[in-house]
Write a protein that binds this ligand. Structure first.
Ligand code: PNW
Length: 454
């Protein structure tokens, strides 16, 4: 049966790249295999009390062994592209030093198998799994980590460059800086004060910039380099000129130490003023490195940040949704589809970015198999239909979003939430590793086939 209903046909450009996204620690498992060294997520997830149910990524989706079958699933859905991340400690088990060829082999084989199935690989070089050895030396608080990251990124991208034409340096700087190092809810579980956090944040954006340069030095001509960031997708409360103007200002300020500094090579005045004596130390040369030009910007969007105009120094105010606001299974995941319209539109307008991808968007739910072996995730279908409709609005207006990566292909290890919060369009029974397409997989397959939300 068709999951489509009659209505307006909302068509995407014929070359639009439909994909899905995953990350190494969330899907691979095989943490002790092929010479992999430990990462901060191994340490964190094995520390009692840190994750839901004590869940770890030791096995996860066993993607390390099952990627060939999973690629057949992708092919069946009609995916045109697939975003995966490389585990740094598979390539350099202790973060630096001599590379481990077996680690690289896995990603070579993965990229080969994707291409063979007609699926373009998009590769993220850092999705939060810092080698533990580097954390032992201070992690991102240590200035040397930025350089170590660039060395690893340049080496790995160069080796994969025959088959991979799009690289992202880092995934969600904001999340690993804030949730991992300020709130302590993710690895490495630190609760740094403002001063230390601002300096750490600076080393992260510097690591990104150094990596952009290192990657460009090793890859084949034509290879594109970007990043994947969960911007605060500032969204006007009402589509009137003063609130839209407020959303423009808010985009720069609310992303000041992440996408803004990467685009502009400077921290905003308000950011530095707010930090005062806690502002990071940096040089003009570092700022040039940080703003190394990108070929594309990847945006992870889950929910909007509503803003309105006001007469404060900032010129805008954030409007937090009330606690009764509808959200998905993850409490932070408010249902606000217009964020995927405003986010890319404002990034395009404010920084003149000419190539963008939605590198993540998706929803958690508490899916279960019916006795007949079906998963009716109608909530996720509703979510995707609404978000894709707003995305199509932007694309039809000329916002240069070239592709969309649904998070996620498979139910997987949702970090501190363990296996409870499912994000996949393919259900995974973690006891047997059996995969079952959910209703949302059928929905997405039809969107791809028709190249439209209709
Ligand atoms: C992203 N928030 O994380 C990550 O890139 C994925 O690894 C993750 O599985 C996915 O989104 C779903 O959570 C986020 O609190 C974690 O706003 C938290 C937030 C946003 C994104």
């Amino acid at each position: 049966p068709s999951t489509h209903s009659a209505g307006t046909t909302r068509t995407f450009p014929s070359d639009f790249l439909w994909g899905s996204a995953t990350a190494s620690y969330q899907v691979e498992g095989a943490v002790h295999e092929a010479g992999r060294g430990p990462s901060i997520w191994d340490t964190f997830s094995h520390t009692p009390g840190k994750t839901h149910n004590g869940d770890t990524g030791d096995v996860a989706d066993d993607f390390f062994h099952r990627y060939k079958e999973d690629i057949q699933i992708m092919k069946g859905l009609g995916l045109k592209t697939f975003r995966f991340s490389v585990s740094w400690s598979r390539i350099f088990p202790t973060g630096t030093g001599s590379p481990n060829p077996q680690g690289l082999d896995f990603y070579h084989h993965l990229a080969d198998a994707l291409l063979e199935a007609g699926i373009q690989p998009f590769c993220t070089l850092y999705h939060w799994d810092l080698p533990q050895t580097l954390q032992d030396k201070g992690g991102w608080e240590n200035h040397d980590t930025s350089k170590a990251f660039a060395d690893y990124a340049g080496y790995t991208a160069g080796k994969l460059s025959d088959n991979v034409h799009h690289f992202m340096t880092m995934n969600e700087m904001r999340t690993f800086v804030d949730v991992g190092n300020r709130e302590g809810r993710h690895a490495p579980g630190l609760k740094l004060d403002d001063k230390r956090l601002a300096q750490l944040n600076h080393h992260v954006v510097l690591g990104h910039g150094l990596a952009v340069r290192a990657i460009r030095a090793t890859v084949k001509p034509g290879t594109k380099v970007g990043l994947a960031e969960n911007i605060s997708a500032t969204t006007p409360v009402v589509e009137s000129p003063e609130h839209i103007e407020a959303a423009h200002k808010a985009l720069r300020e609310e992303n000041a130490s992440f996408l803004t500094v990467v685009q502009e090579g400077r921290y905003t005045d308000l950011y530095l003023k707010r930090l005062g004596g806690n502002a990071p130390k940096f040089t003009a040369e570092e700022m040039e490195i940080i703003r190394s030009p990108l070929d594309f910007v990847g945006i992870n969007i889950y929910q909007p940040m509503y803003v309105r105009a006001d007469s404060s120094e900032k010129g805008y105010a954030v409007v937090p949704p009330p606690s009764s606001y509808p959200h998905m299974f993850s409490p932070w995941l408010n249902v606000g589809p217009e964020g995927i319209y405003w986010g890319p539109k404002l990034v395009h307008e404010v920084w003149k970015v000419k190539e963008m991808y939605i590198t993540e968007n998706g929803a958690s739910s508490s899916d279960h198999l019916t006795p007949e072996g079906k998963v009716y995730d109608t909530d996720r279908v509703m979510f995707l239909r609404n978000y894709l409709t707003q995305l199509q609005r932007g694309v039809s207006e000329g916002v240069p979003v070239k592709g969309y990566f649904l998070w996620s292909l498979l139910d997987n290890y949702e970090w501190a939430d363990g296996y409870e919060k499912r994000f996949g369009i393919i259900y995974v029974d973690f006891a047997t590793q059996q995969r079952t397409p959910k209703l949302s997989a059928e929905f997405y397959k039809q969107v791809i086939a028709k190249n439209a939300v209709s």
